[in-house]
Design a protein around this ligand. Structure first.
Ligand SMILES: *Cc1c(COP(=O)(O)O)cnc(C)c1O
Length: 356
């Protein structure tokens, strides 16, 4: 089957030209899944999930990284560097490998999910764990990029946001217009800024008649935009949004205000409850941060007045890299001696032993 290439498919909206190498690991074109259960529970007839966990390294970061690394290659950079709460490093390392460039990754020591760290190592990046927060790791990465001719591929790099806009394009292409509301997690605030750019560019190009209201959600222990001041020691189970001083703070606030939307906080308990709901009610297993948008929809349900409104929740990444939080597996597994105990526990009517 002929898979679409993201760089080529949306090239008129991307900073790519004939000289840009069209690298690809199969990013983008992620499913927009119509809710079968949660929407009904919430009284919403048109609830959708944009599931970014199907991207090659398991998060939406791949959309931006394919553009940033292609441009680094085009411009002759010696390699790429990033700071990361996890998914950016996995993505940078994978696309650098694909492009044949070295990758340098700086992470906050002890602050990233083991599965994500493992990815960066597996894809061959040089990984440095620095004491302190993500913001400190980012300072180091910025310094390295300036002093060692390594291309910075954090969301301060505008090519990252350019690539991430494509998720907004896909939603419009699939629905035929913009949704009425877009719910999503907010960490470094690149993604909310990128979606807003995408919807606005599509409207300017006449591909959509309206713009959605944006509803962004930070974790309560890492909610600088909600509080209106940086958080020196951000804390949350949702490591991908454990950020105290977002790089794209101003553009996120602009996006919120221009769209008539909100940026609010949800607690870790609310995030993990939403994570469980998504898995159990919809069959969608996401990482803790990815559930923040849905936690926000549950908590601030009254934001959406019309039950027929089209609501899209962005599920930013797969659950497999950080599987444990929110699930007590041991207490949910029954240890049994024999088939009889299984039947008894299930409490089902049983027919006589089959002979075949
Ligand atoms: C990066 C990331 C976020 C936060 O996105 P920002 O652009 O930093 O706001 C949310 N969820 C996942 C899974 C991520 O990897």
């Amino acid at each position: 089957m002929n898979r679409l290439n993201l760089l080529q498919f949306y090239r008129e909206f991307l900073p790519v030209g004939p000289q840009t190498p069209t690298i690809s690991l199969g990013e983008g074109f992620t499913p927009l899944i119509r809710s079968r259960h949660l929407g009904r529970q919430l009284g919403l007839e048109n609830l959708y999930f944009k599931f970014e966990g199907t991207n090659p390294t398991g998060s939406f970061k791949d959309r931006g990284m394919v553009v940033a690394v292609a441009k680094a290659l085009e411009e002759g950079a010696r390699g790429v560097v990033c700071a990361s709460t996890g998914n950016t490093s996995a993505s940078a390392a994978a696309y650098a490998a694909c492009a044949g460039l070295p990758a340098v990754v700086v992470v906050p020591a002890g602050g990233i999910a083991p599965g994500k760290l493992l990815q960066a190592v597996a894809y061959g990046a040089q990984v440095f764990a620095i004491n302190g927060t993500f913001d400190r790791a980012l300072e180091a990465a910025v310094e390295l990029s300036a002093r060692a001719n390594l291309r910075l591929v954090n969301s301060l790099n505008p090519h990252r946001l350019a690539g991430q806009k494509t998720a907004a394009f896909e939603i419009v292409d699939e629905l035929g217009d913009s949704p009425d509301y877009l719910f999503l997690p907010v960490g470094n605030a690149g993604n909310i800024s990128a979606y807003w750019l995408g919807f606005k560019e599509y409207r300017a190009a006449g591909r959509t008649t309206k713009l959605p209201r944006l509803a962004g959600f930070q974790a309560a222990g890492a909610a600088p935009i909600v509080l209106g001041r940086p958080v020196p020691k951000p804390e949350t189970v949702a490591s991908a949004i454990r950020i105290g001083h977002p790089a794209n703070w101003d553009s996120a606030v602009r996006a919120r205000d221009e769209s008539g939307g909100v940026i609010e906080a949800v607690t870790d308990d609310e995030i993990l409850a939403a994570r469980r709901l998504l898995a159990k009610l919809e069959g969608l297993f996401v990482e803790p941060a990815s559930a923040a948008g849905v936690a926000g929809l549950v908590k601030f349900r009254s934001l959406v007045q019309d039950p027929r409104a089209v609501v899209v929740c962005v599920l930013t990444g797969t659950g497999l890299k950080d599987p444990a939080p929110g699930f007590d597996v041991e207490s949910r597994v029954y240890h049994v001696e024999d088939l009889g105990q299984i039947l008894e526990t299930l409490g089902l009517e049983v027919s006589p032993r089959s002979s075949g």
